[in-house]
Design a protein around this ligand. Structure first.
Ligand code: FES
Ligand code: FE2
Length: 386
């Protein structure tokens, strides 16, 4: 795996995306901050005055030292440990000792980074060009997320699953379910055979009987969801398009209300949901952030490239902000994706070991790996842009 290709990936593909960093509730109070690392960059995300979220490079404007050294903290100002230049929570330089006459503090604030908040999720942009219009980017996904009330949700569990593998293998694995039957026993308990096969999407993606069975199941669900005013169906960007966003809301296995081992809810209904309809939504803003949302909880998947052979994978589970502690069963609601992501970690690491061999030549995709194929096209089109 060549590190010069990884450098190109960062410049052309990763940094110019709106990257999800965390949920706002990670920094509830003025002075709270945390570090986000991607590639060679380290970003401080802070809560400043007027409740605003700020982000800037963790690079002192004096000689370039790191300023924040822990993963998170709470401070009224951020002081560089080297020569004590001191910055405000919005990155402005507040104080620098013994500087010559004519030194203007306002010229030496920290390099800031664009920030957007979407339903309580914080996104940053490290590209050099003008970022894509965030509002336009998220608007087609809005119907699939708005009932969930994520802006008021609270985190009940956070898990790190670092993968010894290139980020493209991690994303490719997330985008296909060809491996679900052989590799994900828990997933296949919650999702019907028909659904697993039909997930590739479109005619020819799965045996006809599987597609027909899923279609019958889906139509019954669609009727129920629409009668309640809940979405059903999907949105997917064109093949080879500039963006790779997807959103869908489809049924779980018959009679399952949630993605739990027995299908029973593990937390109260979230946000504006009032009734169970056995549906769940998936939303991906880009290949680096994905949401899976039954009606009682949200799982957020953050895939962060670190170097050519390492990818940080972090999962965060959220429930309704008003849910009482005694009504939330964290073990049951983390069961599926904790197990499944551990399986994925192993698969991807084994895949990476094989790919490292001089004998490796990519084979053809199956019919149900259409999304993985779409990801490759998207990646190549981003990489080709100068
Ligand atoms: S490098 Fe930060 S104060 Fe000198
Ligand atoms: Fe998987």
């Amino acid at each position: 795996m060549r590190s010069d290709v990884f450098d190109l990936d960062l410049e052309r593909v990763v940094y110019p995306q709106w990257l999800f960093v965390d949920h706002e509730s990670r920094i509830p109070k003025k002075g709270d901050w945390f570090l986000f690392r991607v590639g060679r960059e380290e970003i401080i995300v802070s809560r400043g005055a007027k409740d605003q979220v700020h982000a800037f490079y963790n690079v002192c404007r004096h000689r370039g030292s790191r300023i924040c050294l822990e993963n998170q903290g709470h401070n009224q100002v951020l002081a560089c440990p080297y020569h004590a230049w001191t910055y405000e929570l919005d990155g402005r330089l507040r104080f620098a000792r013994l500087m010559p006459e004519g030194f203007d503090r306002s010229d030496w604030g920290l390099k800031t980074v664009n920030v957007r908040i979407w339903h309580g999720f914080i996104y940053i942009h490290l590209g050099h060009e003008e970022p894509d219009d965030f509002h336009k980017l998220v608007s087609p996904l809005e119907p699939f997320i708005k009932l969930q009330g994520i802006e008021n949700a609270r985190i009940v569990h956070r898990g790190q699953y670092p993968v010894k593998g290139n980020w493209k293998l991690v994303v490719e694995n997330y985008f296909e379910c060809y491996h679900c039957q052989p590799s994900h026993p828990s997933y296949c308990k919650v999702h019907s055979q028909e659904y697993v096969l039909a997930r590739g999407g479109g005619p020819g993606s799965a045996p006809e009987e599987a597609l027909a069975a899923f279609e019958t199941h889906f139509q019954a669900f669609k009727q129920k969801a629409s009668s309640l005013g809940y979405p059903a169906g999907d949105f997917l960007d064109e093949r080879g398009a500039q963006h790779l966003r997807l959103a869908d809301r489809v049924p779980l296995r018959d009679d399952f209300k949630s993605e739990t081992a027995d299908g029973l809810p593990a937390a109260p209904l979230m946000g504006d949901f009032e009734k169970w309809d056995s549906g769940y939504a998936g939303v991906s803003l880009n290949p680096f952030h994905h949401l899976v949302m039954p009606q009682d909880f949200v799982v957020s998947f953050r895939f962060t490239p670190r170097d050519a052979l390492n990818t940080d994978v972090e999962l965060v589970w959220l429930v309704d902000g008003n849910a009482r502690e005694e009504d939330v069963d964290v073990d049951r609601l983390t069961w599926l994706w904790h197990n499944t992501i551990l399986e994925d970690k192993q698969i991807v690491e084994d895949n990476q070991t094989g790919v490292n061999s001089a004998a490796y030549i990519p084979g053809p995709y199956s019919k149900i790996e259409q999304l993985a194929d779409q990801f490759v096209l998207w990646y190549l089109s981003r990489l080709g842009q100068c």
